[in-house]
Design a protein around this ligand. Structure first.
Ligand code: PHE
Length: 357
């Protein structure tokens, strides 16, 4: 071994120790991630100081090489670990700094988003649909903008009939149907009677929940827009007894307690005989109270055996089939069910009202 090479090992050892201590010292002064990066390149980079020292390895004797190799490796590992932990610390510090300007109370519950819920009218509608479905009725639909024919003539109410006065109508200007007269906002769900007979024929068993419109001055119990449910049953040998049974069962299931029904005569041009159906007051159980005006009964709906002319309009063989129809106010049912005293609450969109249900 040339003499000068005798000094290589101690010098190298010394250099490595120097490198380690000066790198660790410099590391303490580092304040930013950028500075850290620069320092890492300076000491550990490809052209850095450690690499420079290691270049001397090749001049060592075979016996010295492993020892110095191991030492340089230890230094390298130690410095890498020191750089990594400094990096971690700087990153945490910067996050802390970002948040330090803001007040951050970890005990405050998170912001909850308001969740919508089902409108009372829809809730009852769903219940009505469920109960009638259980009794084998289909759920049907019809247009809210209707022709004068389906809304009136088809239901045995000709243009000059006084019964037209019962329902103040919104007519739609300039949109007359080519052979079904003027267009109207349907005043009841009954137009679906003829529509569904035309579409499905007899036998028929369905209900039609839907929106209807009347040209009314609004007050606590009248609105220009409200909801009804139409019911139709057509088959052979159908009588009012079936209607009574179906309605008693429906109301009993809806209110969850035994309800009685009674008929009074009523007039609607599309039924004969025409009937009003009342149910026993649920508040006083028939004894008489303010709600039922001391009668023990609550007026509920119009109904009756479907008029021959209506069956004919729907193309149903009136000699073979007969049936009944009813129409009740879904809106009124909701008001009774929840004790709502002003119909306008249901459509004015005030969330303070809606959130009570
Ligand atoms: N359509 C009638 C109304 O709105 C109610 C009704 C329907 C009456 C079916 C008899 C038969 O007043």
């Amino acid at each position: 071994m040339p003499l000068k090479n005798l000094y290589i090992k101690p010098r190298m050892k010394n250099e490595l120790q120097q490198l380690e201590s000066s790198a660790l010292k410099a590391l303490k002064e580092v304040k930013t991630l950028d500075e850290l990066k620069d320092l890492e390149v300076k000491f550990l980079g490809r052209k850095g100081e450690l690499t420079g020292i290691l270049r001397g390895l090749k001049d060592l004797s075979p016996a010295e090489k492993p020892e110095m190799g191991a030492l340089s490796n230890t230094v390298k590992k130690k410095l890498e670990a020191a750089f990594a932990s400094k990096q971690q610390k700087l990153e945490n510090d910067s996050l802390e700094q970002q948040l330090s300007g803001q007040f951050f109370d970890t005990t405050i519950p998170g912001k909850s988003r308001p969740i919508g819920h089902i409108h009372p009218l829809s809730q009852i509608q769903e219940e009505v649909e469920r109960i009638f479905s259980q009794m084998g009725f289909s759920i049907a639909d019809g247009p809210e903008i209707e022709s004068e024919y389906y809304n009136f003539e088809g239901l045995n109410i000709p243009a000059d009939h006084p019964a037209r006065d019962m329902q103040d109508t919104f007519f739609i200007e300039g949109k007359d149907h080519k052979d079904h007269g003027r267009m109207v906002l349907r005043t009841h769900t009954s137009p679906v009677q003829v529509r569904s007979m035309e579409k499905y024929g007899a036998p028929l068993r369905l209900i039609v929940p839907g929106r209807v419109f009347r040209n009314e001055a609004t007050d606590a119990s009248h609105d220009h827009t409200f909801d009804q449910v139409e019911g139709i049953l057509i088959d052979e040998n159908i009588s009012i007894a079936h209607l009574k049974g179906v309605m008693k069962e429906f109301l009993t299931r809806l209110f969850g307690k035994e309800v009685n029904v009674r008929f009074r005569p009523g007039y609607f041009p599309f039924v004969e005989p025409g009937l009003e159906l009342d149910f026993s007051c649920l508040i006083c159980e028939g004894k008489g109270c303010r709600v039922c005006k001391k009668t023990g009964w609550v007026e509920f709906m119009g109904s009756g055996m479907i008029h021959e002319n209506v069956l004919k309009a729907g193309g149903v063989d009136h000699k073979k089939y007969q049936g009944w129809a009813f129409g009740f106010g879904l809106t009124r049912l909701v008001m009774m069910r929840y004790g709502i005293d002003d119909i306008r609450h249901l459509t004015n969109g005030d969330l303070r009202f809606n959130h009570q249900f």
